[in-house]
Design a protein around this ligand. Structure first.
Ligand code: PRX
Length: 634
């Protein structure tokens, strides 16, 4: 592979070249490292005012030929996926590139037999088992657009996502194992499909052996179909800009945003960043602990690693089962060289006795990574000292579902780490900080984090709602993609992400919009209106605090939190549950009626001396009342 950055000098040179001649820079990377059926005629084209972005136009390819077929010549028997089951007594499964190729082709043929054709949407709702990666690749093989929904989402959330992309087929399982729990996925799918008449077929993978009821006109076990399917499935020839997948992320309304990624640019950027941010070399064993239901799993469990012919670990379970040594046991067992996880997991593990770590040999590790939320200094130091032995570099990777790949992070061993800073952008990523009055800020500064030039893996639209795409990402600052995050730049050009500046709250690394949570709370028969804010939490980073206005006086707080959390679990999933609820008589609002969450955030954080000017509120008197309520509830 010729895109491996191996020194700081090369990084600087590549940054300069990618800026001065982006066409040439990406042309060489795309041409020299991938298999194309037909070369492109235009490297990129963009107009952020529409917005429209195209990469490698005219080029034709199939991403699975790059993930699988081309490796058959020189690494057919090398392990592609190590599947580590939830139960530590069960054997890990090693799937080599040849097996994976055949299993993907069989799966792809089954999809075809079930009527799926290029451009159809397939919803995948599976636990972290090999079939999840295989289903994703099988869709890509035949040009179907995969929409993976995290298997912790509720039936309502699943239904919303199926309806939004008009999915024709759902792939699920009889259930899944997670720690000491068994997920009953089929029941959730059945409930979701009551509202999804467009779904013609449900294919079921057998995992737990749970009793499930099949609806004969719709549901079928996939195993017998796989057994009789051919392992030869020619790859569909895709245009570079053909959609590859849709992945939903939260936004500022109840409707999730189906971020649509296309084929050629996503392939090039996910592969390039995987290689460099993990400094992956042959023989390494790479492990990302995320779920494939999130973008991290798409780009850095499935596509990025396989495009590089890597060995990637898929773990079905959780860090605390059967005990808090599970991650370190897996690192030792498979001699993991790169380990990529979320700060929330690090904080939870750092609270446990060190014996869970020290009883394992972690000397195989050469790169550590974090993703999904800011990492605090204390957690960074613990990770550095106890997992990295004080020497293994840590890459703090900032990026988003929308960006498709890592955008800002220290290249391990090449760019010096600075705890709590994601540090520097990748070559080709033109970061700008904007002031509130839309000025680009120079030198050390704090502002809104924007990108003012396209990169290959940026999302092209929100499925079915291009105007929302424009409004959300390209309207706040003219000519720029706005990330929704704030950031600080130091005098060395290092970036520190300060967090969301919009209505998204990150809890345990999960991106949650306030609007859908408030919608769920407002379903409660006793509640008239609500507002949700994030507040600091030692392990989760942020936890959710709800302020609710009752419909009638004398609403009892006891039982209210659990009642509300049942509704939230039903509408979204347990990840969005509140930690605290407060009954108030009013919510601070602007004169135009917008809830001032900024004030509620400060009150929840106990920063009541810094509320700023509240005299312009419609109802400044409620602020004092809320503060005293909160003090009483402590
Ligand atoms: O606020 C940033 C935060 O996570 C958001 C993106 O969430 P999502 O689309 O779910 O993707 C998460 C995995 C890529 C960002 O807008 N975020 C992500 N990584 C970091 C981060 N905040 C600080 N530091 C990071 N390394």
């Amino acid at each position: 592979m010729s895109y491996h950055i191996q020194s700081y000098q090369q990084y600087q040179k590549d940054c300069l070249q990618a800026k001065s001649d982006p066409g040439q820079f990406w042309d060489v990377i795309a041409r020299d490292n991938f298999v194309w059926r037909k070369p492109w005629h235009t490297t990129f084209e963009f107009d952020f005012s529409i917005p429209e972005v195209k990469w490698f136009e005219g080029g034709q390819l199939n991403i699975t030929e790059n993930c699988l077929d081309r490796h058959l010549a020189d690494r057919a028997l090398q392990t592609a996926i190590i599947f580590e089951p939830n139960n530590p007594q069960s054997e890990a499964e090693h799937i080599n590139y040849l097996d994976l190729h055949q299993r993907v082709c069989r799966f792809a043929n089954v999809l075809k037999d079930n009527g799926v054709v290029k451009g159809d949407r397939v919803c995948i709702y599976l636990p972290m088992i090999p079939e999840l990666a295989i289903a994703v690749l099988a869709c890509a093989r035949i040009g179907a657009i995969h929409s993976v929904v995290f298997a912790g989402f509720s039936s309502t959330a699943l239904a919303t996502r199926i309806v939004d992309c008009n999915a024709k087929l759902v792939v699920t399982s009889d259930g899944g194992f997670r720690g000491d729990k068994i997920l009953d996925l089929k029941t959730i799918v059945d409930k979701a499909l009551e509202d999804c008449a467009m779904v013609e077929a449900v294919l079921l993978v057998r995992r737990t052996g749970n009793q499930v009821v099949l609806r004969p006109d719709r549901d079928a076990w996939i195993e017998p179909q796989l057994e009789s399917a051919s392992h030869d499935c020619p790859a569909e020839v895709m245009e570079s800009e053909d959609p590859l997948f849709i992945l939903y992320t939260s936004g500022s309304t109840g409707q999730p945003k189906g971020m649509m990624h296309t084929t050629g640019g996503y392939m090039v950027y996910s592969a390039y960043t995987f290689k460099n941010y993990f400094q992956y070399t042959d023989g390494n064993v790479y492990w990302c602990t995320a779920d494939i239901g999130w973008i991290t799993g798409h780009s850095y469990i499935v596509y990025g690693p396989l495009l590089n012919g890597a060995t990637t670990v898929m773990f079905e379970g959780v860090p605390s089962y059967p005990d808090f040594g599970r991650f370190w046991e897996i690192v030792e067992k498979h001699k993991v060289t790169q380990f990529y996880t979320a700060p929330t997991a690090i904080r939870a593990l750092a609270k446990q006795p060190l014996s869970f770590v020290n009883s394992h040999d972690l000397s195989s590790l050469k790169v550590l990574g974090t993703v999904g939320e800011p990492i605090n200094e204390e957690a960074w130091q613990w990770y550095h000292e106890h997992i990295g032995g004080g020497t293994t570099p840590i890459t703090d990777t900032w990026w988003q579902t929308e960006t498709g790949g890592i955008m800002i992070a220290n290249l391990p061993g090449i760019i010096a780490a600075k705890p709590t800073f994601a540090t520097k952008p990748m070559p080709g990523i033109q970061v700008v900080l904007k002031s509130e009055d839309s000025q680009s800020l120079d030198g050390p500064a704090e502002g809104s984090l924007c990108i003012d030039f396209p990169w290959p893996s940026m999302a092209r639209t929100i499925w079915g709602n291009h105007s929302r795409f424009k409004e959300t990402y390209f309207s706040a600052f003219q000519g720029c993609y706005f990330t929704g995050d704030g950031a600080i730049r130091d005098d060395q050009g290092n970036y520190r992400i300060t967090g969301r500046v919009d209505d998204v709250i990150i809890v345990s690394g999960h991106n949650l919009g306030t609007a859908p949570i408030e919608d769920a709370i407002n379903e409660h028969p006793e509640i008239a209106e609500s507002a949700v804010v994030g507040r600091h939490h030692d392990i989760k980073g942020q936890s959710l605090c709800g302020f609710v206005i009752p419909k009638h006086q004398n609403l009892e707080v006891s039982g209210l939190l659990s009642g509300v959390n049942v509704l939230i679990s039903d509408q979204i999933g347990p990840i969005a549950k509140l930690d605290q609820i407060l009954i108030v008589s009013g919510l601070p609002k602007t004169r135009s009626g917008k809830i001032m969450r900024r004030i509620l955030r400060k009150i929840a954080a106990g920063e009541t001396d810094h509320l700023g000017d509240i005299s312009t509120l419609l109802n400044p008197e409620v602020v004092e009342e809320i503060i005293s309520q909160l003090n009483q509830s402590k």
